[in-house]
Design a protein around this ligand. Structure first.
Ligand code: ZN
Ligand code: ZN
Ligand code: ZN
Length: 530
């Protein structure tokens, strides 16, 4: 007789009613994991996960492949004069309303992520298809221009530049001039720095081979250009995606182009002289691309956040936002990101950096109401999840207590269905089935002799089970079926003669019907009368 575990116990429920080795769990329950699962199932996800971090701007949710849209929206959000104009225009149209709402949420909200679905829907964007961020940027600006005259004026004031180009014949001195507007300068990667690339794009004479001179008919016409009007905000598009006619496809130029915090445009500005204040620009946004084609891969943005006194660089990767206290360029070696769009701001352009740009009052109020609701949800979640946690932890403590005290400590004991007990012991999650002792009834409706199906347990354990799970019937000392016991004794006596059994056991067998046996009749246990 062993109290706790039997040496012959193999792991399957054994026939020693005081062996618990075969029913106890071999691993500890992961209570915290279960609590988390239970809370998730009952209360849903923890809303406080979405609470905004102090001093970190809000990220934008990716709707499938809308990282291109998110980067442009963040760059424009951190262009204070753009934001202020968006706020100040009377809303007559949904996209503008959605943009106002989004920017107001980024500014006044307390969530760390914003879902731009309504905005994307207002533009009829297919959110699962990626676009070239450069194309989207231009399309978006022209869309804004189409909404409202004041927005058109704003886009022009901020982004519009004018370039002049001169076509000239190197043989007969024929020449002609033209002008064109731009909101973005597309620059070939013909240099190692942004300055070199700009110079190459503007100062280098481009031969127009399929344009013969109107006067002398020689194919001797060249073109050179200059910037005539400098934009307030200069978007430089690094032409990384180059069409290869032999492949009928674009390939990406991964070449590294260096750039600094400031850019002097005097060499490409008509009549400009080096260091001229009008030609000096400050970098404030860099949209980077990751991947092989403009319509695939991923876009992220580094954006300068200028406060009244301090400024810092934010890194936007959809909902994930990071802060850099210093200039994050050049990117660390090995980084797969390639700068694609650089946004510069004229140094002479004085923007209001106080952050006092105010969204329409109704919007601010509605965001405040949403925030209150959100905080309320967090409070409710905390309350309910704490209740669940406390209850489960208390239940677990009780479980451990009973688990450690299964064995009877005195003469008082109860019989219990070992299969049920095993299930209770090994529960990964709390079980709710009542005790099913009807499975250990014999054919005479009394406690059977099927020792592989039953265990003896303490009074404490039984009381706990009945209170928490219900069920029955109660079997205790004296519940055993007399008829089965006598039958069992007869068979045991007969067997005792066939096997070599210790003398003491044989003696016990002959004395009283107090022999337990296995189903396979290999093991015998002697015990006190039960
Ligand atoms: Zn056992
Ligand atoms: Zn000519
Ligand atoms: Zn019976």
């Amino acid at each position: 007789m062993y109290n706790g575990f039997s040496e012959t116990c193999t792991g399957e429920i054994c026939s020693n009613p005081l062996c618990y080795r075969c029913i106890l769990s071999d691993r500890k329950r992961d209570l915290q994991m279960f609590i988390q699962k239970k809370i998730l199932k009952t209360c849903g996800a923890d809303p406080s996960f979405h609470l905004k971090y102090e001093n970190l701007p809000v990220g934008l949710k990716n709707l499938g492949a809308t990282c291109y849209m998110n980067t442009v929206l963040q760059c424009l959000y951190f262009t204070p004069s753009f934001k202020q104009h968006i706020y100040s225009v009377e809303v007559k149209e949904n996209t503008l309303f959605q943009l106002q709402k989004m920017y107001a949420s980024l500014q006044y909200g307390i969530r760390k992520d914003y879902d731009p679905k309504a905005f994307a829907d207002s533009l009829n964007l297919t959110t699962g298809i990626q676009q070239d961020v450069q194309e989207f940027f231009l399309l978006f600006l022209s869309y804004l221009e189409g909404i409202d005259e004041r927005l058109k004026k704003m886009v022009n004031e901020l982004f519009l530049g004018v370039q002049v180009y001169e076509n000239f014949c190197s043989v007969c001195n024929w020449k002609s001039e033209g002008v064109s507007n731009f909101q973005q300068l597309s620059v070939h990667l013909d240099g190692n720095s942004i300055e070199e690339c700009m110079d190459q794009s503007f100062c280098k004479v481009e031969q127009l081979f399929d344009f013969p001179c109107p006067d002398c008919k020689n194919t001797s016409v060249g073109r050179r250009g200059k910037i005539k009007n400098l934009p307030t905000i200069l978007n430089i598009h690094l032409m990384r995606f180059v069409y290869d006619p032999s492949l009928h496809a674009k390939y990406k130029v991964h070449k590294k182009i260096s750039f600094g915090k400031t850019l002097d445009l005097s060499t490409v500005y008509e009549g400009g002289s080096p260091g001229e204040p009008d030609c000096l620009y400050t970098l404030y946004s860099v949209i980077c691309h990751y991947g092989e084609t403009a319509n695939s891969g991923h876009y992220v943005a580094f954006v300068l956040e200028e406060g009244a006194t301090t400024s810092s660089w934010n890194f936007f990767d959809d909902i994930s936002v990071k802060k850099y206290s210093s200039f994050p360029f050049p990117l660390p070696a090995g980084t797969q990101l390639t700068p694609y769009i650089l946004m510069y701001k004229k140094q002479q352009f004085k923007e209001d950096k106080s952050g006092a740009h105010t969204a329409p009052k109704e919007l601010v109020e509605s965001i405040q109401r949403e925030s209150e609701q959100f905080l309320d949800d967090i409070k409710k979640f905390k309350f309910t999840s704490n209740l669940i946690k406390d209850k489960l932890e208390a239940g677990y403590l009780q479980y451990r207590e009973v688990y450690a005290n299964l064995a009877p400590v005195d003469e008082k004991y109860y019989w219990i269905n070992a299969v049920w007990l095993k299930k209770w012991c090994r529960q990964e999650e709390p079980i709710s089935e009542p005790i099913n002792n009807s499975e250990i009834l014999c054919e005479h409706d009394k406690l059977s002799f099927n020792l592989n199906k039953m265990k003896k347990i303490s009074k404490l354990a039984w009381a706990y089970f009945v209170e928490n799970y219900g069920g029955g019937p109660v079997f205790t000392k004296g519940s055993a079926c007399r008829e089965c016991a006598l039958d069992f004794w007869d068979r045991a006596k007969a067997l005792a003669g066939k096997f070599e059994i210790k003398a003491s056991l044989t003696k016990a067998c002959k004395k009283k019907p107090s022999i337990f046996k296995d189903n396979d009749l290999l093991h015998f246990y002697a015990s006190r009368e039960w």
